[in-house]
Write a protein that binds this ligand. Structure first.
Ligand SMILES: Cc1cc2nc3c(=O)[nH]c(=O)nc-3n(C[C@H](O)[C@H](O)[C@H](O)COP(=O)(O)OP(=O)(O)OC[C@H]3O[C@@H](n4cnc5c(N)ncnc54)[C@H](O)[C@@H]3O)c2cc1C
Length: 290
């Protein structure tokens, strides 16, 4: 049976692993971070992902992504639903707000998923863990590529990877799903290959997300994404009774850094009756780039 090694157990690595396994491959996924907890209820408080800086930000799974998962990997959506991820119907919210007449069935527009990111990642991990043929190994940082006899003259032929502990994991194919800070381009160079061309742009946005939890969601007064001059405010329902407010602005706008103070950001929400969950480090995440 052909064997694949996937570097990275983020959404891309786990999706790749599950699809390859369904095609009959044996797949080993290596990730340098801690494993996901066994229970969804522990994913927010007890799962550290030092490699994913946006881990505590709000996450929005768009309809196209959700539809693809439903068609190709329904176990991921089932795991997300079991973890309490809601389906958001933006069309219905808007229609209700505008008090549109008519009785059109807007159920087909129940297509967005919004949640705290750990809950979304828990869905991927939970589905991958139960996929026959997929093995996930955590705390296994890949630090080198292993090469064998060249197949194309002058091109290193990768036959596996070496982890931080010195273990060699071999495969017929090695896939890089190490995210935007992947070490793989440097590792290719280290074994004598040509470093792939990379393009990256700093868009210069700072994200400040804050989560709230209460008896009810805030009243829907405007679009969930609301531009206000030089800043934008994104208010989203989330999982397990949480909802979030994300304020984003230019990272050069020094005045806006004040919203990192929970007292300032709460000012944005003073019309809502929900009680903030408190400014603990895990509930208040600040972002500087996207
Ligand atoms: C602020 C922000 C907000 C975002 N919001 C959204 C959103 O709302 N909706 C959306 O669809 N997308 C959003 N994105 C984009 C989304 O987060 C990324 O597209 C997604 O995380 C990419 O998944 P990935 O699996 O490719 O990479 P990652 O999620 O980065 O995963 C890479 C994995 O590789 C592992 N890894 C890295 N190096 C090694 C190594 N040497 N050895 C072993 N493992 C390694 C890491 O531990 C990590 O688990 C956002 C991004 C940012 C920055």
């Amino acid at each position: 049976m052909a064997r694949a090694v996937v570097i990275g157990a983020g959404p891309t690595g786990l999706t790749t692993a599950m699809l390859l396994a369904s095609a009959g491959l044996q797949v080993v996924v290596l990730d340098r971070d801690d494993p996901a907890p066994a229970e969804a209820s522990d994913a927010w408080e007890n799962w550290e992902r030092r490699s994913v800086a946006q881990f505590h930000q709000v996450h929005l799974l768009q309809p196209g992504g959700r539809a693809l998962l439903e068609a190709r990997l329904p176990a991921v959506i089932e795991a997300m639903v079991a973890a309490g991820l809601p389906r958001l119907n933006l069309a219905e919210l808007r229609a209700r707000h505008l008090e549109l007449p008519g009785d059109a069935d807007l159920t087909p527009f129940e297509t967005w998923t919004t949640c705290r990111r750990p809950m979304l990642e828990f869905g991927f991990t939970s589905a991958a863990r139960t996929t026959p043929g997929v093995e996930i190994r955590n705390n296994a940082a890949v630090t080198g590529l292993v090469t064998g006899t060249e197949v194309i003259a002058g091109v290193p032929h990768v036959t596996g990877v070496r982890t931080e502990s010195g273990e060699v994991v071999t495969g017929d194919v090695v896939i890089d799903a190490g995210g935007r800070r992947t070490p793989v381009p440097a590792l290719i160079e280290a074994v004598g290959g040509t470093r792939p061309e990379e393009h990256s742009v700093d868009l210069g946005f700072a994200y400040n997300s804050r989560y709230y939890r209460g008896d009810a969601l805030p009243e829907y007064l405007e679009d969930v994404l609301c531009p206000l001059g030089s800043i934008s405010v994104l208010t989203l329902p989330g999982d397990d009774g949480y909802w979030s407010v994300t304020i984003y602005h230019s990272s050069k706008d020094k005045n806006m850094r004040k919203v990192r103070d929970p007292r300032s950001s709460n000012g944005f929400c003073d019309r809502c009756r929900a009680t903030p969950t408190g400014p603990t480090a895990s509930q208040w995440a600040v972002w500087t780039q996207w």
